[in-house]
Each structure stands twice: as C-alpha cells, then as structure tokens.
Design a protein around this ligand. Structure first.
Ligand SMILES: [Zn+2]
Length: 118
C-alpha cells in the first residue's frame, strides 16, 4: 500500500512539474516576442530624436508616417498630432500616430532640412 501511495505522490509531483514547466516556457515565449517587438520599434527610423528622419519639407512628414504599416499588426497608421519641438537651435517635429487596427501608438521624429541659402 505504501509503494502505491508513493508512486501516486511521485506521479502527482511529475504532473505538477510538467504543467508549471509548460506555463513558464509560454511566459518566456511571450516575453521574447515582446522584447523583439520593442527592439524593432526602437530600430524603426525616426523612433528616437537622435535618428530623426530628414525631409525637405514639412508637407512630406505626415504622408511618410502614414505610409509605414503598423509593426504590430500591419494595419494603417494615422497621424494624431504633429508638434514642433525646439532643442537649442535644432527644430524637430514630433509626430504622434496610432494604428487603426490595434491602436498601438508611436512617435516619429523628423527634421526639416534647412532651406536657408548661405
Ligand atoms: Zn496595429
């Protein structure tokens, strides 16, 4: 009787270990996928101020943002706000956009090439 009970306990422990292990690997997979997405978003052109996209005219900015599909779902992006930010002498434009499919929000930085002739 003791042997049977012992085997039942071992079987129960193995079963718990399998279930917990499966759940942990699932969490790891989700975490890895969202890390990859975060990295893709960081590498996106214009994602950070230091790598602002250069354009010749402000009119090119919004079509450029809306041309790129959403990184998460491939849906259409629409511009929500277009702001001007001045950092010292540098004038940058910050475009806030949202995906029409999944609602993911993004910010893209632009710099308009100077039209001043020296
Ligand atoms: Zn989306």
């Amino acid at each position: 009787v003791n042997v049977v009970l012992g085997l039942a306990v071992v079987a129960a422990l193995v079963w718990i270990a399998v279930i917990v292990g499966r759940r942990v690997s699932q969490i790891d997979r989700i975490r890895a996928a969202s890390d990859g997405l975060a990295q893709a978003e960081l590498l996106r052109e214009g994602a950070v101020r230091e790598r602002a996209i250069e354009v010749d005219s402000p009119a090119q900015i919004e079509p450029r943002v809306e041309r790129e599909p959403c990184l998460r779902c491939g849906g259409r992006i629409h511009v929500e706000a277009h702001e001007i930010e001045t950092i010292g002498e540098l004038v940058l434009r910050r475009v806030r956009a949202a995906c029409g499919g999944c609602g993911a929000r993004s910010i893209t930085w632009f710099r308009v090439r100077s039209s001043v002739v020296h």
